[in-house]
Design a protein around this ligand. Structure first.
Ligand code: ADP
Ligand code: ZN
Length: 432
């Protein structure tokens, strides 16, 4: 179901005109109101009058995560503080968080893009949305909340965690839509099994899973265990939170809400723009945001774009699922890999559970990786010889598809810590 026919199926030439106008207005606004951007544009020798068409965006400077931290808390504001009605931040585990400050119109935009998002999974006012994304400064909870409200669905603001209560509510309220991280959905499935709850008997129909990387193999696990259709939802605090891009029922890429967020793909080394279909770093510009607008934000997320019209009828560009982040790429003995690539290989091995952790260490000059992964109970009780054989099998699979030498250790079911939000997949012992 398409929430906003006008924008989501707009002819691409017409869309470019809309984007061009928004970009002109945005650049004028930030040049006038935000000294940070004016200085950067002056340094680059670009004036607002140089920006006419959307393609002129390449003349503008990039914005990095570090810069967004340096302007903490309010130096990116393009309106008076009194016009701000709500503030969210990134988790800020590694320093000052990034601030996203919303005007009333920004909240309205957020509700709109989140209504489009949920509509991609056919959510209507008949549905009951169990929203297990965290409420609070994190954008996940309230983002989904505003979208569900805009549609008129019944939203259950349960937030993350408290797994037993999640399961009780799910049964009693007959939730048919679930929103949480992919890792938490598996935790719910596992806890349900322990409680003797059969997911195939619950009305759950569709889930919106995101906020962390996950693979196609993980999708299959989730769909089989939770008996629902698992859709990929993408967003980031710097841009608006969830509601930047969303997979439709075709499960063939995530539609970007391009009338609000303009995507580019660049080579992260040279910063050169890459053509359609080439893998690189996603760069996003908030075309319509009022509170804390962002020019050409370097997301560090790796993906590629596809401009073909989708089978669902939407004309908006689609991004592939995120392949990894430039900052969590591992370099193991000279081979570059993303944790999600390892996940993809692991989940193809029979008997392997979607619970794993990567332990990175350094021995002498060489980086090494140990992969701890859980097995299904039945296999784990096999004799040692069998386990060793499976470990070797996985090591070989990883070597032949990724070229990575690794040590695989099968661990007992339920021994890897579970997460209620974003899973922690990588433990880097080199840093401790
Ligand atoms: P933080 O984690 O810094 O608190 P965010 O929640 O805004 O802040 O995190 C945004 C990041 O989460 C994105 O840049 C991306 O790396 C990751 N992310 C979000 N959604 C997805 C998704 N569907 N698939 C893969 N990665 C995702
Ligand atoms: Zn589609």
């Amino acid at each position: 179901m398409i929430w906003n026919d006008h924008y989501e199926t707009m002819e691409r030439d017409r869309l470019k005109q809309v984007q061009s106008r928004s970009l002109r207005e945005l650049v004028e606004r930030v040049y006038k109101k935000v000294p940070f951007y004016r200085r950067k544009m002056d340094e680059q020798g670009v004036k607002p009058s140089d920006i006419n068409q959307i393609i002129d965006i390449v003349k503008l400077p990039f914005t990095t995560k570090q810069e967004m931290r340096d302007v903490y808390p309010f130096k990116l504001l393009a309106v008076d503080l009194s016009d701000i009605v709500e503030i969210h931040t990134s988790s800020g585990t590694t320093g000052k968080p990034v601030v996203d400050a919303y005007t009333l119109r920004d909240i309205d935009t957020w509700s709109e893009v989140m209504a489009r998002t949920l509509s991609m999974g056919d959510v209507t006012r008949q549905d009951i949305v169990q929203n297990a994304y965290g409420y609070g400064l994190f954008t996940g909870g309230l983002g989904v909340h505003y979208g569900a409200r805009r549609i008129g669905a019944n939203v259950i603001p349960i937030s993350g965690g408290n797994t037993k209560r999640q399961l009780m509510i799910m049964q009693d309220f007959r939730s048919n839509v679930l929103t949480c991280t992919p890792s938490y959905s598996l935790y719910l499935a596992e806890a349900a099994l322990e409680e003797g709850i059969d997911f195939s008997k619950l009305p759950l129909r569709v889930g919106f899973f995101g906020a962390e990387p996950w693979s196609e193999g993980m999708r299959k696990e989730i769909e089989a265990k939770l008996h629902l259709k698992a859709l990929d939802i993408f967003g980031l605090t710097e841009i608006i939170g969830p509601g930047v891009a969303q997979e439709c029922m075709c499960q063939d890429g995530l539609h970007i809400f391009e009338d609000h967020f303009y995507p580019e793909i660049i080579d992260p080394e040279t910063e050169r723009l890459l053509p359609e279909g080439e893998k690189g770093e996603l760069v996003l510009t908030t075309l319509t945001k009022e509170g804390t607008p962002v020019l050409r934000y370097r997301t560090r997320d790796i993906t590629y774009l596809n401009y073909k019209t989708c089978r669902c009828g939407r004309t908006s560009v689609r991004m592939n699922r995120i392949l990894g982040r430039t900052d969590d790429m591992l370099i193991i003995r000279g081979v570059n890999v993303f944790p999600s690539q390892i996940e993809e290989v692991l989940l193809q091995v029979e008997g392997v559970e979607p619970h794993y952790q990567l332990l990175i260490d350094r021995k002498g000059q060489l980086d090494s990786i140990e992969i701890q992964v859980e097995m299904i109970e039945k296999l784990f009780s096999d004799e040692i010889k069998m386990l060793e054989k499976t470990e070797k099998k996985i090591e070989n699979a990883l070597y032949s598809s990724l070229g990575v030498h690794s040590k695989v250790k099968l661990v007992e079911p339920k021994s890897i810590p579970r997460s209620e939000g974003k899973a922690r997949r990588v433990i880097d012992k080199r840093q401790v």
